[in-house]
Design a protein around this ligand. Structure first.
Ligand SMILES: Cc1cc2nc3c(=O)[nH]c(=O)nc-3n(C[C@H](O)[C@H](O)[C@H](O)COP(=O)(O)OP(=O)(O)OC[C@H]3O[C@@H](n4cnc5c(N)ncnc54)[C@H](O)[C@@H]3O)c2cc1C
Length: 376
């Protein structure tokens, strides 16, 4: 049976869209290049909006072992300040989350092809979307959703990242004292070349995820050992956290070239771009998963209301611009040496600032304009 919708990428956005479409009775084929979910570079912070969307998809993260987070702590140089999070939040490894999402998609009736990589996604002369896989087979459908996350398909690429960001994720088992001190917290640590986040995930392990500019990594000898030493020098709070910590994986997972601030301007007829293929918000906001879920839900609503993909993409862009600008401005602030030096003092005096920043950089529910047919 020919599918009505092809989805490229079975991460957060692709799975969420496939589940919603299948539940509306659509015939969906989802193509995911990994045979089984793997660790991904991600801070694994789930905001309140993400938790709500996941709940709507039938995923209860608490049954998967997610850890509740109640406050955020900011540390720069020798100072740290904390504030309660203005919303419910949790953390869960991407491997656990992606496993649950794929299982939910299969249960909803989606045809899931795993361990199959899409090489190209092109439009045929009859106006269908054709996904050609690395093994030479191809699948066609009148509509496609592009949800390949950080990976660009030829012909659908996003601009290069001028700052040449490099991101790493590492799992540690912290010492008992540090584990107790980190309980319930999402901690942001600032350095002269970027920032990092550390927070507990399931099984008593902590996720440390950082994003640094390439020149900072180069100054550290382009080696993880040099980089982690440099970040601890820059931020003694991190050195305290990691004292006596045991790495839980052989080496960190890394990615490069993250086009922060990207918001897709346009698309072709019949091609809905979602998740990181629609928008890439600075990581410190911990909002990428929420945006992936949100853009998937809105694209499904647009498609089922027969709103064309170019119209959907343009509306999505203009609705998300304010949050993206604010998040970019806040990220620039974190990278400014003067702001970095005074931030913990300011926050110590006014923790409310952290709550305000957290609220302003969220992509809130009204941010995306629903198709007319659904808005009424
Ligand atoms: C350093 C860093 C830290 C972050 N921390 C957080 C955080 O704490 N909280 C948060 O909410 N967000 C965070 N994010 C953002 C978040 O990880 C992403 O925004 C989110 O994963 C996007 O979902 P997605 O579905 O678009 O992509 P993904 O979840 O990455 O899924 C894309 C899928 O497509 C598949 N794929 C790729 N190419 C192909 C192909 N050719 N054929 C078939 N399949 C393909 C991949 O295997 C993958 O499974 C962070 C990002 C970075 C870089």
């Amino acid at each position: 049976m020919q599918s009505e919708v092809l989805i490229v990428g079975g991460g957060v956005a692709g799975c969420a869209a496939s589940i919603a479409l299948a539940r509306k009775g659509r015939i969906v084929t989802l193509i995911e290049r990994e045979a089984t979910p793997r660790h991904k570079v991600c801070g694994e912070f789930l905001s309140g909006e993400a938790l709500e969307d996941l709940h709507g998809l039938g995923i209860d993260v608490s049954t998967l072992g997610a850890v509740s987070l109640g406050y955020v702590r900011l540390a720069a140089a020798r100072r740290a300040a904390e504030a309660p999070l203005p919303f419910l939040a949790a953390s869960l490894t991407r491997r656990a989350l992606d496993t649950a999402l794929i299982a939910e998609a299969i249960a909803a009736g989606v045809q899931v092809l795993r361990g199959r990589s899409v090489k190209s996604l092109t439009r045929t002369i009859t106006g269908l979307w054709q996904a050609t896989l690395e093994d030479g087979t191809s699948y066609v459908a009148p509509t496609a959703f592009l949800a390949s996350g950080k990976h660009d398909l030829r012909g659908h690429g996003r601009p290069r990242d001028p700052h040449q960001w490099v991101a790493f994720k590492m799992y540690y088992r912290l010492s008992p004292t540090q584990t107790a001190d980190l309980q319930g917290a999402s901690e942001l640590t600032l350095y002269s070349g970027g920032y990092g986040g550390i927070q507990p995930v399931e099984d008593g392990v902590a996720n440390f995820c950082c994003v640094v500019k390439r020149h900072y990594f180069a100054q550290a000898g382009l080696r993880w050992e040099g980089l982690i030493a440099r970040m601890q020098e820059d931020c003694p709070h991190l050195a305290m956290r990691l004292a006596g910590a045991e790495p839980q994986i052989d080496k960190p997972i890394a990615i490069t070239h993250i086009p922060y601030g990207y918001l897709r301007r346009t698309t072709d007829e019949g091609l809905y771009c979602i998740g990181d293929q629609a928008a890439v918000i600075p990581s410190f906001t911990g909002d990428g998963i929420s945006i992936a879920l949100h853009t998937a839900r809105c694209a499904v609503a647009a498609f089922t209301a027969s709103e064309s993909a170019p119209v959907f993409q343009a509306k999505l862009r203009s609705a998300m611009l304010p949050q993206m600008w604010l998040a970019e401005a806040a990220a620039n602030g974190l990278n400014n040496p003067f702001a970095r030096a005074i931030l913990p003092f300011v926050l110590g005096a006014w923790p409310g600032a952290m709550r305000v920043t957290a609220r302003l950089t969220r992509v809130t529910q009204p941010a995306v304009v629903l198709p007319q047919a659904l808005a009424s």
